[in-house]
Design a protein around this ligand. Structure first.
Ligand code: BGC
Length: 406
C-alpha cells in the first residue's frame, strides 16, 4: 500500500555545532575533553568551513529542511562581548539554505555552553539565566526574518542526566540535588526564552519547541513482570513525559520535537528508577551502541503524543552500524512507523535523520558514524552513503510503499 506524507512535509537531517563545525575552543566541551583526556573534537567534520558544500549535498539528496544549532560560545566567547564574526557565519548558513530552498530549523542550545558560563556555575546558577536570554534575544532578533522554527533546548533530560547525575559530560557532577536544580533552571530559561521569542516575533508566526528524546520502555518479561512493569512506567513518566507535561501546562510548546532512537527493556532494582536490562535473552536487534532497534515503538509514541493536540516533528532518528543495509532497514522501518501514524490521524509535520554528516559523538568520540554522508576526518572529503540515496527517493517522492499497514 502506498502511504503519502502531507504536502509541505519537512524532510531533512540534523546536526549540532560542536559535533560538526570544528574549532569551538570557547566551549565547555573543549575544556572537558582536555581535562578528561578524551578524544578531541578538534576540527570535527570542518563543517564551519565546508557548510556550503554540505548544504549543496543536502539539496542534492532532496532535503527541503535542515536542523542545525548555533554555538553559543562562538557568539558569546566572553561574557559581555558579542562576536560579530562568529555570528555572521550563521547568517551565511541561513542565506545558503535559502538559496537552495531549504527550511532552517535552528537549535539554540545543544549540550554546550561557553567556558565562562560553566566556570561561573552554569545551569546551577540561576543568576546566569539572564545571560542565556541575552544570547537568545540577540540571535533571534538577527535571524527572525529567515527562521520560523526554533528548538530552544535539545534534550534537557539527557543533558542533565549525563552532566549532573552520571558525571560523564561537563560539568561532571554526580548529584541528584544538583541535577534537579539544573533542570529547574533550564526549564525556567526555556519558558523565559519562549516568551521573549514570541515578543520579538510580535504578530509574525514562529514555531517553538524542545527536541525531546524519548524511549519506549518495555518491562523485562523474565522474573517479576509486575514490578518491571511498574518501573517501566516510572522510567517513562520521568524520562519521556515530565518535561513535556511541564512545558505543555505552561503553554509554551508550539509543536513537539521528538528525538527517537530506541526501545529499552526495563528491570526493577533498588533505585527509584529501575534500570535497563541488557540480558541476551531479549531477542530484539541492537545497534553498534547496544541500543534496541524498535521501530514500532516510534509508532506507539506518536499515537500516545496525539493527546497533546500539537503538531509533531521527528527532530532526530538514526543509528550506528558498519552495514549499509542496516542503515537502510532502520531508516525505512522508522519512516514506515511515521507513515502509519499519519495514516491513523497523528499530525506529524517532518522527519530529520541524525545526522547529515558523520561527526563527533560526545564522550564516544569519532567511533560512531551516524551520517548519511561519510566523512574522512583526515582530509574532510565527503562521500554519500548508498542508504542516503534511498532516503533521497523517499524525500523526493513524499510517499512510501508499505507491505503491511497493520
Ligand atoms: C543527540 C545528539 C547525539 C545523538 C546520538 C541525540 O540524543 O541530540 O547530539 O549525537 O543523540 O547519540
Amino acid at each position: 500500500m502506498r502511504l503519502y506524507f502531507p504536502h509541505n512535509f519537512l524532510w531533512g537531517s540534523s546536526i549540532s555545532s560542536y559535533q560538526t563545525e570544528g574549532g569551538n575552543i570557547y566551549s565547555d566541551w573543549f575544556l572537558w575533553e582536555k581535562e578528561q583526556g578524551l578524544e578531541h573534537a578538534g576540527a570535527s567534520a570542518n563543517h564551519y568551513k565546508f557548510f556550503k558544500e554540505d548544504i549543496e549535498i543536502a539539496s542534492s539528496l532532496s532535503h527541503n529542511a535542515f536542523r542545525f544549532s548555533l554555538e553559543w560560545s562562538r557568539i558569546y566567547p566572553h561574557k559581555d562581548r558579542f562576536n560579530e564574526v562568529g555570528f555572521k557565519h550563521y547568517e551565511d548558513v541561513i542565506s545558503t539554505l535559502k538559496k537552495y530552498n531549504i527550511t532552517p530549523v535552528v537549535t539554540l542550545h545543544h549540550f554546550t555552553n561557553p567556558i565562562w558560563y560553566t566556570k561561573e556555575g552554569g545551569w546551577l546558577n540561576h543568576k546566569l539565566i539572564d545571560y542565556f536570554l541575552c544570547y537568545v534575544r540577540k540571535a533571534v532578533s538577527l535571524l527572525k526574518d529567515n527562521v520560523k522554527y526554533w528548538i530552544i533546548f535539545n534534550e534537557p533530560v539527557v543533558y542533565v542526566y549525563n552532566g549532573f547525575l552520571e558525571g560523564i559530560w561537563p560539568p561532571g557532577l554526580k548529584s541528584t540535588k544538583e541535577a534537579l536544580r539544573a533542570l529547574r533552571n533550564i526549564l525556567r530559561a526555556y519558558i523565559l526564552s519562549y516568551q521573549e521569542i514570541k515578543r520579538i516575533y510580535a504578530d509574525k508566526k514562529s514555531f517553538l519547541s524542545i527536541a525531546k528524546n524519548m524511549r519506549v520502555f518495555i518491562p523485562c518479561f523474565y522474573l517479576n513482570f509486575g514490578q518491571n512493569n511498574l518501573f517501566s512506567f516510572i522510567r517513562s513518566r520521568f524520562f519521556n513525559f515530565y518535561v513535556l507535561d511541564y512545558l505543555y501546562k505552561n503553554r509554551c510548546l508550539d509543536f513537539i520535537g521528538l528525538n527517537y532512537y530506541c526501545g529499552e527493556f526495563t528491570k526493577a532494582n533498588f533505585s527509584l528508577w529501575g534500570r535497563e536490562c541488557t540480558d541476551a535473552h531479549h531477542k530484539l536487534k541492537r545497534n553498534d551502541l547496544g541500543w534496541l532497534v524498535f521501530p514500532s515503538g516510534l509508532y506507539n509514541l506518536l499515537v500516545r503524543l496525539r493527546n497533546y493536540n500539537l503538531p509533531i516533528v521527528i527532530t532526530e532518528n538514526g543509528t550506528v552500524t558498519p552495514l549499509d543495509e542496516e542503515y537502510a532497514s532502520f531508516m525505512i522501518s522508522h519512516i514506515e512507523s511515521v507513515a502509519k501514524a499519519i495514516n491513523d490521524g497523528v499530525d506529524v509535520r517532518g522527519y530529520f535523520w541524525w545526522s547529515l554528516l558523520d561527526n563527533f559523538e560526545w564522550d564516544k568520540g569519532y567511533s560512531c558514524r551516524f551520517g548519511l554522508v561519510d566523512v574522512d576526518f583526515n582530509n574532510f572529503s565527503r562521500k554519500i552513503k548508498p542508504f542516503a540515496l534511498k532516503y533521497r527517493d523517499i524525500c523526493r517522492n513524499n510517499f512510501i510503499d508499505i507491505e503491511n499497514v497493520d
